[in-house]
Design a protein around this ligand. Structure first.
Ligand code: HEC
Length: 221
């Protein structure tokens, strides 16, 4: 058996194991469940065998994915109520100020607290300085779009991989009804004016409910 630390492609259910098997040219049992105590015991027992680093690598990836999910959950759980109360207080035009200041601040706070790089990205970015997707993010966002168009619910879409030695994770952000006043097809004049003032190169309009607006993107250096 050839040891393998590489892990390419998307991690979603069984696809991950297929990709891992293909990348490593060794058999990984299909029935492995990553999140169980049994798996940890099994991997400890395997430590004396060649190839066991694959099992350990899978456990590490599962732990990283769990942390990534917690961070993306915290991002949404912090931003969404902030956005909702800003909309209730100042309407969409007023809430743009809040979004412009708070969204990057929440990402920065989460980065500082966790040690991960945290940001939001999109194929049609609004914030041209922070939200332009890199090649891996573009590929994942295109994959999210295809899967959403094929009927998969937006909130369930995520991807993870080790890219150039870095663990990366992305969680899709679908368009909810409350997003439409600033990202939809019929945006009011005052909102358009506020957007033009802050984001002259804005591409983030024209969406319908359910489409993928972008993603929270994490990197663990
Ligand atoms: C009040 C207007 C407003 C509403 C409502 C709103 N957004 Fe935004 N959105 C913005 C602004 C402003 C930015 C740019 C923030 C920045 O500078 O980082 C933004 C940026 C984003 C980004 C980062 C990528 C980019 O294009 O810059 C994502 C992803 C996003 N919004 C998703 C959503 C989703 C999903 C919803 C609904 C849950 C939503 N937004 C609701 C105004 C809004």
């Amino acid at each position: 058996m050839r040891p393998c630390f590489h892990y390419h492609g998307y991690r979603s259910g069984t696809a991950n194991r297929a990709v891992l098997r293909k990348a490593c040219h060794v058999k990984v049992p299909i029935t492995m469940h990553l999140h169980t105590r049994f798996m940890k015991t099994l991997s400890a027992a395997l430590l004396c065998l060649p190839g066991c680093n694959i099992a350990q690598a899978q456990i590490d990836l599962a732990a990283q994915e769990a942390t990534a999910r917690t961070i993306t959950g915290q991002f949404t759980a912090t931003l969404l109520p902030t956005l909702q109360s800003a909309l209730a207080e100042g309407g969409p035009a007023g809430a743009i100020e809040v979004c412009a200041a708070r969204a990057p601040a929440i990402a920065a706070e989460l980065s500082a607290n966790s040690g991960w790089f945290v940001r939001r990205v999109s194929l049609k970015p609004r914030n041209a300085s922070s939200a332009v997707a890199d090649p891996w993010e573009q590929e994942v966002l295109q994959n999210f779009d295809e899967r959403q168009a094929a009927g998969e619910p937006g909130p369930t879409l995520f991807a993870s991989a080790v890219v150039d030695g870095e663990y990366r994770f992305m969680q899709a952000l679908p368009v909810l009804p409350l997003c439409l006043s600033c990202h939809g097809q019929n945006i009011s004049e005052d909102v358009l004016a506020a957007l033009a003032e802050h984001y002259p190169a804005d591409l983030a309009t024209g969406y319908s409910e359910g489409q993928i607006r972008g993603a929270i993107s994490l990197r663990l250096p």
